[in-house]
Design a protein around this ligand. Sequence first.
Ligand code: GDG
Length: 499
Amino acid sequence: MPAEGEGYDVVVVANRLAVDRDGTDKDGHPRWKRSPGGLVTALEPVMQSQEGAWVGWPGSPGDAEDAVSEPFDWGGMHLVPVSLSAEEVQGFYEGFSNGTLWPLYHDVIVAPEYHRQWWEDYVAVNERFAAAAAEVAAEGAVVWVQDYQLQLVPAMLRAARPDLSIGFFNHIPFPPYEIFAQLPWRRQVLEGLLGADLLGFQRPGDAQNFLRACRRSLQLVPRQQAVEVPAADGGRRRVTARAFPISIDAAAMDELARSPEVRERARQIRADLGDPDTVVLGVDRLDYTKGIGHRIKAFAELLDDGLLRADETILVQVATPSRERVEQYRLLREDIELQVGRVNGAHGTLGHQVVQYLHHSYGREEMAALFQVADVMLVTSLRDGMNLVAKEYVAARHDERGALVLSEFTGAADELGQALHVNPHDIDGLKSAVVQAVVMGPREQRRRMRSLRRRVFEHDVQRWARDFLAALRPDVGADVGAEAVEGGASGSGEHGSRS
Ligand code: GDG
C-alpha cells in the first residue's frame, strides 16, 4: 500500500494498457500513441481529473528486446505496465483467455479447451495485475477491473486492500449456468468476481446468468440483483450484479463522418467499387463469434437465386486480423477465404469481384467513410456482448440513410429496436432481411435511422462510464458527468478494437 497521501484515486486495470507502442524517438526512448478503444476515450477524462492510473500489459512479451517495465506518465495518466513472459502470453492470453473462456462464454460456438497449465498461468498473471493495482491505489481509491481476462483480480485485490471500492465490467456475455458449469475452475472464477462491490454486464440476462451461477455453484441466494458474501471484518458484504450496456463516443464518430475529407473519401470508395446500386458492408474482427460465414452464405444464395444481381451489388467484408496464433482463428480464416473464393468464382467477372474481402486493419477515417458508403450494414454475430460496429454505423449516418441488419444475439439488439433483427442461423430469414434492407425506401430508412441515432447519442460511452462509476461510488461518478459536459463529449477518440 502506498504511503499516506500517496497513490492514485482511480485505477483502471485492463488486459491492455491505454497506449500502444509507436516506435522509438531519436534518443532511443519508447514513443506511445493512444490505443484505439472506446474504453480509453470514455475513461481518459476521469483519469485526468482524478489522479488516475492505468494498469495493463504493454502488448509485447516482457522478455522482448523493446519491453517496457517501468511506470510512466502519458496524456495526464499514470501508466503501469505489467510484464508477461512469452510463455505467459501463450498460457494466460492465447490459452486460457482466448482458447478456454472466450468460446465458453460465447455459447461454445467452438469447443473450449481445458488445460491445467493454462489455468495456472491465468492465476499467476491475475496475481501480478492485482499486485500492481494494490501498489498504486491510494487509500480508499476506486479500482475498475475490465473484462474476462482478469476475473480473479477483484478477490485478490480485496484480500490485499480491503479499503478499496472495486468494480468489474465484463465486455463479453456471461453464459447460462448449464454452459458455465463445464469450467473445471468455476468456483474459483465466481469467487474471484465476488471480490468486487459492483459487477457490470452488457445485458440484464448476463447479470442474471451470473447470479444464477452463484446460487447453483456457491449456494448464495440472490436478492434484488445482489448477493451477500462474508466480509473480512466478520460481517456481510453486498455484491451487486447489473447491466450497464457499453456504447461508443457517438459525437466523435458523427463529427468524423461529417468532415469533408471523410465525405470525399466515401465518394471515392463508391466510384472505385464501380458505382454499384447497392453496397453491403460487414466489419468485424475475424472471429468465429461474428457469423461472417453465415452472412456470406446468405449473400451467395441471394445471387444464386437471382434475388440480388452480381453486376449491381457488392459485399465489402472487412475482416480485421485477430488472434492469429490461436488455431481456431487460423482455421476460420481458411474457411472464410475459401467461401469468398467460391462466390467470386461463381459470380465475379473480369475486373469485378462481387465480394470484396479485406483482411486488413484500417484507420478510423477509412471506417467512417466505409460506413457512409454502406447502403446495408450486416451484423450477424452468433453471440456478441454488445457489438460496437452496429452503433458506429448508426452514429456515422448523419444523412439518416442506410439500413442496419442486426443479429438478435448481440447486446446491441436490446437497444436498437429499429434495426432489422435476424437470427443468423436461419439463412432464409437472413436472406429475407437482406432483401428487405436492399429495397427499403428512403422514407423508411430515415424513420428507422432517426430512432436508432437518438438511442446511440443519448446512451454514449461517456454515459456508460458515468453510470457505472456513480453506482460504484457516487463521488467519483459525479466527476465523470462534469467532465463529459465540459469536454463536450466529443474527444477525438478512436473506437474500440480488440486484437
Ligand atoms: C468486445 C465484445 C463488445 C474493427 N476493425 C477495425 C476497427 N475495428 C473496431 C470497430 C469497433 C471495434 O473494433 C470492435 O468492437 P466490437 O464491439 O464490434 O467487437 P469486439 O472486438 O469483439 O469487442 C463486444 C466490445 O468488446 C466492447 O465492450 O461490444 O461484444 O466482443 O469499434 O470499429 N477499427 C479500426 N480499424 C479496423 O480495421 N480503426
